[in-house]
Design a protein around this ligand. Structure first.
Ligand SMILES: C[S@@+](CC[C@H](N)C(=O)[O-])C[C@H]1O[C@@H](n2cnc3c(N)ncnc32)[C@H](O)[C@@H]1O
Length: 213
């Protein structure tokens, strides 16, 4: 079930999607299942101690904006290099009068400069292979902070072993879910940062994607 604020966000998303490609999914129940419920799966994995959360490549706000609406006591930074998407998110923030959300149009590799080791939790859905997004996310996390990576399966872990090692991080748990409507399988890979990240990561804009660790 969506609360009133989430329903309003859905309405604004469907309205904007008529004039701008925010999501390829157009049918209302499918948007609820694959965007809203999929984001809400993460809510049980957040703890009282998690105060600062970053979502890199948030697009139209998934999962970060959904979780920000559900957790007004936590601070969220929603990041996407496409300005039009962040403009939409800023409109939702204003419409819903959200006080706990900030946004940025910088790429993760640029934003890191003033935000190193500052966040308790990192989020990233649908952006790239695990080995790439680890390099985007881990430098932002405090030591012992967690990256909750949403994936369709845990298969990418094998190829991300070197990235995990270089970024001093470990897979702590693999959480399996089924979406409530479609029953599609989803996996959240819970990764914990174990030591301070070498300042050379993330590498310059575009390098993590071109040459994954
Ligand atoms: C396929 S969309 C996924 C959006 C959303 N997380 C979702 O699951 O619906 C990926 C987004 O990541 C953004 N992105 C990719 N690499 C990025 C980077 N290095 N820094 C910031 N944003 C990035 C893109 O602009 C794009 O909007």
């Amino acid at each position: 079930m969506l609360n009133e604020k989430l329903k309003r966000y859905l309405e604004l998303l469907m309205e904007k999607n008529k004039v701008m490609n925010l999501t390829a999914i157009r049918e209302k129940d499918e948007i609820i299942d694959k965007h809203f419920y999929d984001s809400m799966l993460l809510n049980d994995l957040l703890t009282k101690e998690d105060k600062k959360i970053i979502d890199i490549g948030t697009g139209a706000g998934f999962p970060g904006l959904v979780l920000a609406i559900l957790n007004p006591d936590k601070e969220f930074l929603l990041v996407d290099s496409v300005k039009k998407k962040i403009d939409f998110i800023n409109n939702v923030i204003e419409d819903l009068e959200l006080k706990n959300v900030k946004t940025s149009t910088l790429r993760a590799e640029e934003l890191i400069e003033k935000n190193r080791e500052k966040f308790d939790v990192g989020l990233c859905r649908g952006v790239a292979h695990l080995s790439i997004i680890l390099e985007y996310e881990v430098p932002f996390l405090k030591v012992n902070g967690r990256f909750l990576a949403q994936k369709q399966s845990a298969d990418e872990i094998e190829q991300a072993k070197n990235a995990l090692k270089v970024l001093k991080s470990e897979v702590k748990a693999i959480h399996k879910f089924n979406l409530p409507i479609s029953k599609d399988e989803r996996v959240v890979i819970e990764i914990q940062k174990k030591g301070i990240t070498d300042k050379k990561y993330p590498r310059k804009v575009g390098v993590p994607k071109k040459k994954p660790l």
